[in-house]
Structure formats: C-alpha cells, structure tokens
Write a protein that binds this ligand. Structure first.
Ligand SMILES: Nc1ncnc2c1ncn2[C@@H]1O[C@H](COP(=O)(O)OP(=O)(O)OP(=O)(O)O)[C@@H](O)[C@H]1O
Ligand SMILES: [Mg+2]
Length: 342
C-alpha cells in the first residue's frame, strides 16, 4: 500500500470574479521513504496541492472532487465528509486533522521566515509542538528539542533565542527541526531554500536529504528549481495551470520527456550532465486560472499545438510503465515522431 495516494483531486478558490481552478484532477502516489519533486512556474498550484494534503486550505479554498488517502486512511473526500455542508466540513476537518498534522505529515512552509511566532522562544515553540502530541514533561521535551537542534546543525545555546535573533538560514533550520519534531511519515517542503543564499541553500538541502534518508521519511519537495529535484528526488511531477503535465521516475522523465511543457521546462535549465546548450525560454506566460484557455491549457504557448489542442482537454496517457503525460500527442512525442509547428 502506498503511503500517500492522491486520486483525481481538484481544488477551487472562490473569488469575487468567479472561481480559481488552482488544482485540477491531480493524481499522485508516494511510497514510504520516497521523494517526489513537484515543479512548475509560479501560480501553477503547487502550494495549493500541499495545502490540500495537509488540509490547511484557506476559507475560500475547497477540495471539490477526489480523495486523498494517507497510510490507509481517507483524509479528504470521504463519504462521511462529503455528506456534510461546506461549513460543517470545515469543522469536521479541523477536528479530524489535529492529530494528523506534525504527527503524520509535517510541512516546511514557503514563508518559513515568518512561520515562527515572534513573541516566543524558538525552542519553546518546538517543545510545545512535541508536547501537543506526546504526553511528556517539559524537561523531556526540552531534551528532545536539543537533540533536534543538534540534528539540524543549530547551536544548542540558541534554544532560548527568539525568532528575530536567528538569521534566515537558522530560522529555516529551526523550521526543519519543527517539522521533524514528531517523527512524521511524510514531510512536505514548500520551497525550503529559495529565501537562502546559494551556499546555504546547498547546505540546508543536503541536510534535509540526509535526515530524510536517515529517518526513512517520505518527502514532497516543492520548488521552481529543477536542479534541486534532480539532486534529491526519485520521482518528479511537473505542474502547469493546476494540472500534472508529466509525472514519473526522474530518470525516465529527464531522459525521455513526453510532454511539450515538461520539455520546455527541462530545456530552460542548464543540463547537469550532457553537452552545453543555449538555454530555452518558453514563450508567453501561464494563464489566469480564473479564466483559463479552452482545450489544453498549454496550447497558446505550445510549439506543437494543433486544432484539437484548442478544442479538447487532453487525457493523461501512460507512455511507458509509471510514466505519464497529459498531452494529445504524448506517444508521438515520446517516440520522437512529432514535428514543431511554430
Ligand atoms: N487564497 C486564495 N484565493 C484565491 N486564489 C488563490 C489563493 N491562493 C492561491 N490562489 C491562486 O491559485 C493559483 C495557485 O496558487 P499556488 O499558490 O498554489 O501556486 P504555486 O505553484 O505554489 O506558486 P508559487 O510558485 O508562486 O509559490 C494561483 O492562480 C493563485 O493566484
Ligand atoms: Mg507556492
């Protein structure tokens, strides 16, 4: 049984001028100990997908279809939940998710810089999180925080420091310690290093990877940066306009992508292996998700687009075992038989 199964999940936000379809029909699977990299341009729905899993969507956000199953338990979209009115559903989610967050799934937030409460000491905040889940004394919790500090490379003297006394990198490490506090089975790291300088980025990333392997946790790492995914993940999901455009093992997707958007995104990053090539940039910009284009949402930017792409949304095609692409011409692309039309 997979640790996490996301099946056909769509998330909508209600706004004044209509509905933002931020995540659409997303299907993903993650095994124990496995790492998935979720990439895509800004606004394609990565954070929304993470918030759907942790059930932390803001009040105007709702999972409108699909189910999420974690370790055998349906945590979103169960019959019991869907039978309730939207208001009662929020309450239901709050009640059922309390023990689940941090304990089973922990999240390192995109804005980790501000994730700590400024008026409490960092060590106390982590100790509180532990004590909320484990019935242990304050002293025991403090001991555990010290162990965590050591694990993430924070000086033990910092335990009584306030968030503003921490540098950016230290706060990020503090956030990682917080995420590890309850030994979760899954960590979702949303852009865990973008606010850091490159050297610190590398260090923090290496640390996250080490810890994750050592502790056997599964991880979803969300990032704009494909080279980060190449470094840490076994699987990759490439999102565009709320949908997964390509998904599979990293080697399979990097070596033989089967989707025009994925190909464009891969070509826009320097190759880690292989020859030097000029970098490509995908023309145009992502659509407004409150008013997306018809057919395939990528068609206005796609250099292979044909009539059908304007009219009809494509289905996801499995081009080889466990390698999926959302494109009318996925198989032709995979087999190198498709010609550019512009
Ligand atoms: N609370 C909200 N209300 C309305 N729309 C929202 C809300 N939060 C996000 N959105 C919209 O949903 C879409 C997906 O946003 P999301 O934050 O999930 O993207 P992202 O891929 O994480 O982007 P980034 O890489 O910039 O973090 C965007 O169009 C965004 O404007
Ligand atoms: Mg985001």
């Amino acid at each position: 049984m997979a640790l996490l199964e996301i099946d056909n999940v769509s998330v909508h936000y209600g706004i004044q001028r209509g509905t933002v379809k931020a995540v659409e029909k997303v299907t993903l699977k993650l095994d124990r100990g496995e790492t998935l990299g979720l990439v895509g341009e800004s606004g394609c729905g990565k954070t929304t997908a993470a918030y759907a899993i942790t059930r932390l969507l803001p009040d105007n956000g709702d999972i409108v279809e699909g189910t999420i199953t974690f370790d055998g338990t349906v945590i979103a979209g169960s019959e019991e939940e869907m039978a309730l009115s939207p208001r009662k559903r929020k309450k239901f989610v709050e009640n059922t998710m309390v023990d689940f967050r941090w304990d089973e799934v922990a999240m390192i937030f995109q804005s980790a810089m501000n994730a700590f409460n400024p008026v409490f000491k960092v060590g106390d905040q982590i100790a509180e999180a532990i004590r909320a889940h484990d019935d242990i004394t304050k002293q025991e919790a403090r001991k555990r925080v010290l162990e965590l500090f050591k694990l993430v490379g924070l000086d033990s003297e910092r335990i009584d420091g306030y968030p503003h006394e921490y540098s950016g990198g230290m706060r990020q490490r503090g956030m990682i310690a917080m995420a590890l506090a309850c030994n979760p089975k899954l960590i979702i790291a949303d852009e865990p290093t973008t606010a850091l300088d490159v050297i610190m980025q590398d260090r923090v990333l290496a640390e996250i990877r080490d810890l994750q392997r050592k502790l056997g946790m599964a991880m979803i790492i969300i990032t704009h940066d494909i080279s980060v995914v190449a470094e840490v993940a076994e699987k990759i999901g490439i999102m565009y306009a709320g949908r997964i455009f390509e998904y599979g093992d990293i080697d399979a997707v990097f070596e033989r992508p089967a989707n025009p958007y994925a190909m464009g995104l891969l070509a826009s990053f320097p190759s880690i292996i292989g020859e030097k090539k000029p970098l490509y940039s995908i023309p145009g910009s992502p659509p407004d998700l409150a008013n997306p284009p018809s057919g395939c949402k990528f068609h206005p930017r796609c250099k292979y687009a044909k009539e059908i792409c304007k009219d009809q949304e494509p289905e996801t095609i499995e081009v080889e075992p466990n390698h999926f692409s959302l494109c009318h011409f996925a198989l032709e692309l995979f087999n190198g038989q498709l010609k550019e039309v512009r």
